[in-house]
Design a binder for this molecule. Structure first.
Ligand code: CMC
Length: 429
């Protein structure tokens, strides 16, 4: 909706009138699409002040610590919903009724297996490959297996690709883990819930099928819900950008996985545990806190701070509660690494450097601790984030393709050479 206007005064040129668009909630945005006619572009590296698209999926108020999916607060979804229900909500815009939910769960379960031939793809990787390296490969490879759902202009194809991705990600993630362990890959079990099935494929073997702890399955489901979507973050924007060229959904999700891998984004939960290892002992904390504050030292306290949340990360609050439940269930009390983590949390919540910069523990701080307690190796943490975020990525991809869109093509401020002529090789200095 555009009823207000902004006026841009450019020295020596006529003023430019720009419409101001108003969303449902959140700040108004200045529509700069017409600015090109004045011979100018906007400059905003890192998208610090730029809305790259219009979306109805997720709303974040970073100052108030609010995260809504289709209007529902994340805390309510974590308490009163489950992951597949949240998936339905993100993909379709509304929570399902009982019949719709049963149908959706059954459809997802129908697609949990992957093409048998995909297994041989794994053999091309070293067993010690980083699981995210394998995920980038095998998810991209899905495009080579499901040719019957690749027409991005066909809404039914888009739908089936979305379901396939949500259904197959746990299977692929567990296959990656089993491959790294040298253990046989486990087939999915459709009598289990989404989270139980994932833990079954991760930790059971053909010779020993152990029951899945309901507390751990609930914690896993919560981790999935809390990572399901997060508006236009780096990986989601990557998926949209890849999708805007008309690339197929599996290729777009592989691009999202690559963007998620970095330690400033999804790689942070792994980086938290690596950092705790590096600090080693509570007695070294002061030294590392000083490093984190030192502008000449690249060290950062992983799991603290957020680009958008400058008050608190609402996901972290729920995750902390789940963290306590899991540690209690597993009887973990005197773990030195945990003690270290809790001491860091205390410092970050009280030390003026962290308080003034609003560097609160983020979701990855607690999810890293939970995943470690469940027995998931550190290198798998980002894979689990990717598994959960797939529904967010594919929801944004579907949303973009469902209405008119343009290929994403940012401009630049060029600061290189002006045009110059090539000097012959013999005359070059
Ligand atoms: N440790 C120490 N100092 C920090 C940290 C940190 N973790 N994060 C930010 N700062 C400082 C930064 O040096 C700067 O100080 P100054 O104003 O004196 O120059 C100030 O705080 C503002 O930071 P920024 O880098 O401008 O903030 P940003 O919005 O560009 O970066 C961030 C956000 C998440 C990349 C960053 O806080 C960070 O690298 N945190 C650690 C990595 C992490 O935990 N990432 C996971 C985010 S949650 C998962 C997700 O949604 O992807």
């Amino acid at each position: 909706m555009a009823d207000k206007k902004a006026q841009l005064i450019i020295e020596g040129a006529a003023p430019v009138e720009l419409p101001i668009l108003t969303g449902t909630v959140g700040p108004d945005v200045i529509d700069v699409r017409g600015l090109g006619a004045s011979g100018h572009f906007t400059f905003d590296p890192g998208f610090m002040a730029t809305a790259s698209c219009e979306s109805k999926i997720t709303y974040i108020d970073g100052d108030k610590g609010v995260l809504l999916h289709r209007g529902y607060p994340i805390e309510q979804l974590a308490e009163q919903s489950d992951y597949l229900e949240t998936c339905y909500l993100l993909l379709n815009g509304e929570l399902p009724n009982a019949e719709q939910k049963a149908q959706f769960v059954s459809t997802v379960k129908n697609h949990t297996m992957v093409h048998e031939q995909l297994k041989s793809f794994f053999n091309g990787f070293r067993r010690d490959a980083h699981p995210m390296a394998v995920m980038c490969g095998v998810v991209g490879a899905l495009s080579a297996f499901y040719h019957d759902s690749l027409d991005i202009n066909n809404p039914q194809h888009r739908e089936i690709s979305a379901v396939r991705l949500v259904a197959k990600m746990p299977t692929l993630a567990a296959m990656v883990y089993k491959y790294s362990m040298g253990q046989p890959m486990m087939y999915p079990r459709n009598d289990l819930s989404y989270a139980e099935n994932f833990l079954h494929m991760m930790f059971n073997t053909p010779c020993e099928i152990k029951p899945i702890s309901p507390v751990l399955a609930k914690a896993m489901d919560r981790i999935f819900i809390l990572h399901a979507d997060h508006e236009q973050n780096a990986s989601t924007s990557t998926v949209r950008l890849a999708g805007s060229s008309g690339a197929n959904p599996f290729a777009c999700i592989a691009a999202g996985i690559a963007a998620l891998w970095g330690p400033a984004h999804g790689g942070a939960n792994e980086a938290v545990l690596t950092m705790l290892d590096e600090i080693g002992d509570v007695s070294n904390i002061d030294k590392f806190i000083a490093k984190a504050k030192d502008k000449n030292d690249p060290f950062k306290l992983m799991g603290f701070g957020h680009r958008v949340y400058k008050n608190r990360d609402p996901r972290a609050t729920v995750m902390k509660q789940t963290c306590d439940e899991v540690l209690n269930e597993l009887g973990i009390k005197n773990d030195p690494q945990l003690e270290l983590a809790m001491r860091l949390e205390e410092i970050a919540l009280t030390d003026p450097y962290f308080v003034e910069r609003s560097l609160y523990p983020n979701v990855d701080f607690y999810s890293g601790i939970i995943l470690k307690a469940i027995g998931i190796p550190t290198s798998m943490f980002t894979v689990i984030f990717a598994l959960a975020r797939t529904v967010g990525w594919i929801s944004h991809w579907k949303e973009m393709l469902s209405s008119p869109y343009k290929i994403g093509r940012p401009r630049q401020l060029y600061t290189g050479y002006e045009q110059r002529d090539i000097v012959e090789l013999k005359d070059r200095k």
